[in-house]
Design a protein around this ligand. Sequence first.
Ligand code: PLP
Ligand code: COI
Length: 353
Amino acid sequence: MEIKITRAETLKQKPDQSSLGFGRYFTDHMFLMDYDPEQGWHDARIVPYGPLTLSPAAAVFHYGAEIFEGMKAYRRPDGQIQLFRPMENFKRLNNSAERITLPEVDPDFVLKALKTLLDIDRDWVPSLPGTSLYIRPFLFGADPFLGLHTLQKAIYCVILSPVGSYYKEGLNPVKIMIETDDVRAVRGGTGYAKCGGNYAASNRAAHRAELKGYSQVLWLDGVERKYIEEVGAMNVMFQIGDTIVTPKLTGSVLPGITRMSCVELLKAHGYKVEERLLSVEELTEAMRQGTLKEAWGTGTAAVVSPIGELAYAGEKYTVAGGKIGKLTQWLYDTLTAIQWGKAEDPYGWTMIV
Ligand code: PLP
Ligand code: COI
């Protein structure tokens, strides 16, 4: 499929790289394509970044038919731009599409489309340490029909946003609250899919935690409310004794690409990693006994983010003295060196574009 390109007549002024924050600025262009059963995906185009026009009856507004991805383009020290495991994101996008019954995309084509878009907005990839260009592909149901039905029409869109660190704390440890009332996902539900509805279900608890001074909540499983699952925008890992424990993928946890990469990195460097069920009792006991040495989150936006405090059932537990731990720092340094092209990539994870 050909990609039609319409360039913006005037280019925006780029924001100051030292105060980007996360997801507040958008580049000059975006990618769009449409789907219907007769034509399949069609009308692939790059157009100036701007509002979309949709029927107010479009399925996305009423029944939450939306999935998305999050990935980044990194500026290498030699000035070139690279992606990190992009095909994993497109594979997950298709898994999410299958769950919501939205049409799947051709991973090779959407990668080609992304490369074309990045080439046009290349100057937007920032170069200051810790900055990158966040890539947000999303796909949603566009049928202008209020009946519940199998989705027919869909739109796939990619927008780009130059970003700094996700948390205002930067690489300083964040405070996380273990949620005991609301649940995010259940097995058989949509937890493993990256769909908007999961985040809507998370809003109330996240808001309550924020009011108490916590950055995000740590979810427990939705059935027994016993096992640790993940944090609002990242997977979670704990160093208990000399073992790294991360919740296994039970179907209600998002299979994070950063999580997978960290597990592979840790194993490659001889660390013992267990992907298993971890109960909140086991975790709080480890905090009381002092065997919990470090805790951190992993995610594209959050990168490797140290956790300095965990709150559960009215108790507060300081982790690693409230500072970034040695292993967390090592993981951050090792992963980001590959992502930003500062170190060799022995795993074939990066792709220069
Ligand atoms: N869990 C949730 C709920 C997320 O939103 C994210 C962010 O994408 C992650 C985990 C981490 O996934 P990834 O490492 O693929 O970005
Ligand atoms: C990401 O890390 O890419 C995410 O999607 C997190 C997002 C919810 C802000």
